[in-house]
Design a protein around this ligand. Structure first.
Ligand code: DGY
Length: 366
């Protein structure tokens, strides 16, 4: 572009870490990752960072693009987003920001929307694609962190850990009893997984480590080799619900998966079974789940996500058998930092006219 190039200030340690975490650390790949970072022309691009993020990502952007940083934990309102996006070329956003057609129309200079999340249901991708806007996400780096939390909920809800802790803190532990707070074994039980992408597979591996039989359902069945390697069995939706002791949800939120688990599905599950959701809240009909937990249709639930976050259905809050956490599945400081840096890298690549590593709508470049 004939503009001066800015020398790279540091080595891409995150890129190297990512290779190791994803098992792609061949000597060649590591050597390439150690090479000085790609140099981006210091074009006068301007990027809105919609909400507080890890400092490393801001440092990564600084000097390469002009940054309008809303360094606050408060999300910008639709109105504020619209105003701050005027004249911007990109936005680094989070799952609390709703990027729709009208916002994109109000900000015609925006060329890249970089989401700091693997899920991107907060963005109207079709509208972005129609307008030639690149959308990116942050897959891979959060897989194991998210799977760890899903498994923590499987164990925690199955073994009634939240309830037990509340019992103890309330001073109710006066004597040990043979049937005190008995739960449901995870070891050797049947795990049913909906959505066998990266995170579903990582949860399946953990399940196999607990000697679980792992059934799964996904519109895209894995190859027989992949199923064998993971030790998992494909089954129709009804069979997974009927046979699983633990059902864990790992599908993206789409019109097809909205209320994938409703009253009928809950009735199909065993009364001793546990439902775990670390995908997106609306995949489960929350009112139906609260009814099922109160009626004993299923035994317990472990929830990281909710239909109308940050609101939680009032009936769920009354369910002792619901173990609930505030959307923290990917929340280790290391993983969240990597996600932020990855979003910055995607933004810089998109603005430099390159194909961002984690583009969601590659057809926009055709
Ligand atoms: C995601 O990445 O989609 C999670 O829900 C937030 O980390």
């Amino acid at each position: 572009m004939g503009l001066p190039m800015r020398p790279s200030p540091r080595k891409p340690s995150f890129a190297i870490l990512r290779l190791y975490r994803t098992g792609q650390n061949t000597p060649d790949a590591v050597r390439r990752a150690r090479e000085p970072m790609r140099e981006y022309p210091s074009v006068p691009h301007s990027v809105l960072v919609s909400k507080h993020i890890y400092r490393e990502a801001i440092d990564h952007l600084a000097g390469r693009v002009a940054v309008d940083y809303n360094d606050s934990d408060e999300s910008l309102s639709g109105e504020q987003l619209r105003a701050r996006l005027g004249g911007k070329h990109g936005v680094i956003c989070q799952l609390t920001d709703h990027i729709d057609a009208s916002l994109l129309d109000a900000a015609p200079s925006v060329r890249v929307v970089s989401n700091i999340a693997v899920g991107f249901d907060n963005i109207d991708v079709a509208a972005a694609t129609e307008r030639g806007v690149i959308v990116t996400n942050t897959p891979g780096v959060l897989t194991d962190t998210t799977a760890d939390l899903a498994f923590a909920l499987i164990l925690g809800a199955g073994r009634r850990i939240g309830e037990s802790e509340r019992y103890l803190r309330a001073g109710r532990y006066r004597q040990w009893r043979i049937d005190l707070l008995t739960g449901w074994d995870v070891w050797g039980a049947t795990l049913g997984i909906f959505g066998m992408g990266r995170i579903g597979q990582a949860v399946a591996r953990r399940g196999r480590g607990f000697n679980m039989r792992v059934l799964y359902h996904d519109p895209f069945r894995l190859s027989e080799d992949a199923e064998r390697a993971l030790g998992i069995e494909f089954a129709p939706k009804g069979a997974v619900l009927k046979q699983a002791d633990f059902v864990s949800l790992h599908c993206a939120l789409t019109p097809e998966t909205r209320h994938l688990i409703g009253a009928a599905e809950l009735r199909a599950m065993k009364p001793t079974s546990v439902l775990v959701n670390t995908s997106r809240g609306p995949v489960v009909d929350e009112a139906a789940l609260a009814d099922a937990l109160q009626a004993g249709t299923i035994a317990a639930a472990g929830l990281d996500v909710f239909e109308r976050e940050p609101e939680v259905h009032p009936k769920l809050l009354q369910c002792e058998n619901a173990l609930m956490v505030p959307h923290i599945a990917s929340a280790s400081a290391a993983t969240r930092t990597r996600m932020c840096v990855m979003a910055a890298e995607n933004m810089l690549a998109g603005l430099a006219g390159e194909r961002p590593p984690d583009i969601v709508n590659p057809e926009v470049l055709d």
